[in-house]
Design a protein around this ligand. Structure first.
Ligand code: FE2
Length: 212
């Protein structure tokens, strides 16, 4: 099968002390993410996706509007979760950001606390399922944004995501029940691997290496 579920970059129990338990990761990665991969592979032939990169498929599905939704729902969610697993780490959290990332957050977003407030607000106010994002916008500046369901800043044409937080209930219900604000606080303060985010900023976004 062309698209594959990449292994987590840590054990499923590795984030338990930081507010994401083993059962959450087993279900979220092994069941939910895997289901998006399986469904996307099932669309390759009927939707003419063969030979295209995941990033291209996401962008084109977004541009197609309502007609692109069946592909975007699966391709977007595959991309989004590949990014999500990478931006968390057992060594994540804290407020010590790599210098270049810290400076860019200061200049574009008014500092780390202002960024965290905006990111949390984006996640809390995303009605229903979706994602909160830190992106490199088309003008090269960092921006905070949000998207519904399986969409992302590539599909909307807003820019390249370098940090994303899943605010679907499946991401937080076992650990935080219905309290999404606490999940977002925990994500920002205990889980984010700022070194990875800084690396994605340097590269201008994520290359998943996944293709149909
Ligand atoms: Fe998810």
């Amino acid at each position: 099968m062309p698209f594959t579920l990449p292994p987590l970059p840590y054990e499923t129990a590795a984030l338990a002390a930081q507010g994401m338990c083993q059962e959450t990761l087993e279900l979220h990665h092994g069941k939910h993410h895997n289901a998006y991969v399986t469904a996307l592979n099932g669309l390759i032939e009927s939707k003419g996706l063969a030979g295209k990169s995941l990033e291209t498929i996401v962008a084109e599905a977004g541009q197609a509007g309502a007609d692109g939704l069946p592909v975007l729902n699966q391709a977007g969610q595959h991309y989004n979760h590949v990014l999500f697993w990478q931006v968390m780490s057992p060594n994540g959290g804290g407020d010590k950001l790599p210098g270049a990332l810290a400076a860019k957050i200061d200049s574009d977003l008014g500092g780390l606390q202002a960024f965290k407030d905006a990111f949390k607000q984006a996640g809390v106010t995303q009605f229903g399922s979706g994602w909160a994002w830190l992106i490199i916008g088309a003008d090269g500046k960092l921006k905070v944004t949000k998207t519904p369901n399986g969409a992302n800043p590539i599909s909307t044409g807003e820019g390249q995501p370098i940090l994303g937080c899943d605010v679907w209930e499946h991401a937080y219900y076992l650990d935080f029940r219905n309290v999404r604000p606490n999940y977002l606080d925990n994500f920002l303060n205990k889980l984010v691997d700022w070194e990875v985010v800084a690396g994605l900023m340097d590269k201008g976004g994520l290359s998943t290496g996944q293709a149909a």
